[in-house]
Design a protein around this ligand. Structure first.
Ligand code: MD6
Ligand code: FE
Length: 228
């Protein structure tokens, strides 16, 4: 498959500076198709996961996690922050991308460790301008949604999972289409592109405390997008 060839090629290129996978004892899991989305199991090894987690802690220090409210007035159970030129947010006025975080400052830069993953798996030569960081504590979930707040929907969306397992559900372009589910593990990367770009998807639940990467439990998901 073309994408796998590209990823393996880029992995070889990056393997010295970016420990995405230990090519000597494991290869990245073969890509898994889930209703047209592509999941790369264990794309990041434990060292790469720990390095990215440290970078994300810096992001959260600059722009603290917040619990946003949906336009319908529901508090989201997931806590969010962002990096990049624009960050995704929501309040009573609607879903949108904002140049400033809650304290009024610009968002921090997207960490290089995160950009490397986009460059390896996105299949496009344009970098993302927005990096949403989701934190799932005990009981947090994300209901079925489409990613469609971006100006141009032809760019892929790449997401990286860290920490506790999360049950990822993907369907079609209609909310009522049949769905399939798979546990996303720490280090897994999911790509929504092509026909799956507008697929409904969500996280039904997490296995709190079972991941090992975060000492106090929880799941982090990093979603990269070209928003503008
Ligand atoms: C999550 N992921 O894994 C939520 N969106 O916590 C997403 O909403 C998502 O995994 C677009 C593309 C891939 C994703
Ligand atoms: Fe999404």
């Amino acid at each position: 498959m073309g994408l796998q060839a590209i990823v393996v090629g880029v992995l070889v290129q990056f393997s010295e500076s970016f420990s995405m996978v230990d090519l000597f004892d494991t290869e990245p899991g073969a890509p898994v198709d889930l209703m047209g989305s592509v999941i790369w199991p264990l794309c990041l090894d434990e060292d790469a996961q720990a390095a990215m987690l440290a970078d994300l802690r810096d992001v959260a220090r600059a722009a603290p996690f917040r619990q946003y409210e949906t336009p319908g007035g529901h508090k989201m159970s997931v806590r969010m922050t962002s990096a990049g030129d624009v960050g995704w947010m929501t309040d009573r006025k609607g879903y949108r991308y904002s140049k400033r975080h809650g304290d009024g400052g610009a968002w921090p830069e997207i960490p290089a460790s995160v950009l490397d993953v986009w460059r390896a798996v996105s299949g496009v030569d344009r970098d993302p301008d927005s990096c949403l960081v989701n934190f799932y504590g005990e009981g947090a979930r994300m209901s079925l949604h489409q990613d469609k707040d971006e100006a141009e929907l032809r760019w892929p969306v790449v997401s990286i999972s860290l920490g506790d397992p999360g049950l990822f559900r993907v369907g079609g372009q209609a909310r009522t289409d049949p769905t399939k589910s798979r546990w996303l593990m720490s280090g897994d990367v999911a790509v929504l592109s092509g026909d799956a770009r507008l697929a409904y998807h969500g996280i039904d639940r997490i296995k709190f405390g079972e991941g090992g990467l975060l000492p106090d439990g929880g799941r982090i998901n990093v979603t990269l997008r070209v928003a503008r």
